[in-house]
Design a protein. Sequence first.
Length: 326
Amino acid sequence: MAVTEDIKVGFHNSHEQFKPSHLLQLAQKAEQAGFTHALTSDHFMPWSENQGESGFVWSWLGAAMHGTNLHFGVVNAPVQRYNPAIIAQAVATLCEMFPNRFFIAAGSGQFLNEHINGEKWPTKQIRNERLKECIDIMRALWRGETVTHYGHVTVQEAKLYTRPDYIPPIIGPALTTATAKWLGSWADGMITTSRPPEDMKKMVEAFHEGGGENKPIYLKVQLSYDTTKKKALRGAHEQWKNNIFQSALLSDIRMPEGFDIAGSMVTPDQMEPHVRVSDSTDQHIEWLMKDVELGVTHLYLHNVNVEQEQFIEVFGEKVVPVLTRK
């Protein structure tokens, strides 16, 4: 199976699972192993009390982008616990310091993180409307405009004085075909999570139908690799059993304890196909090749178990070169 030379392979830095100091070391190891890109997320709380971490991603990104040459992206909700002008400023600062090495994947948020300011958690329709307002506000600020806006969000006389000389890309996160179709009209690309090929094909088609034709498709791949499949499955179940539910449920749970209660009903044999579990790098390559055939341009590999150094070493040697023709 042929792979085009412009496929990018990234390492996912999971702030919910590891301390920021450890993640910085992992990002550096990933670059040394051959990864060229990286992804991370902006959470206030982890998915589980067992994971037990949740560093402030914007502090960490400055260190990680200075400490590596990786191209970074962050999944962030510029809503409710943030004002979009503040996120626009954060993005603009990183893009000025590290040109063309950063993107934001701006989503509508999760109650887990957004409830901390005490505001009402709106319906999905309102959350989408609010997100689109934030997108428009951020782009106007990056163009150098002075923005006053009263709607689902409020911005008054905001202007960014430090900006890059280009408009930073905004990638749209989607977990359903309805969201994929909607964001095709305004996002610079789509990011979604790994799923069986027939479901991934539907996501890509919906994105294209909504206006996303010829825009890049980013994929966060949930996988679990270890020296045996039994270890890989156990690690996936221990760390990621709380995350296999439909987006409607994941968006509305308030606290990590709620995720733990939901995850307590999940058995190890229910982890697949939500997580790609295998001790075979050839099997992982086969799965990833199918993603590429469906139009994915950026693969962000998230080894959901805790054996990160082993994963980086093995995939850097056996998987990344195949995907990038190195």
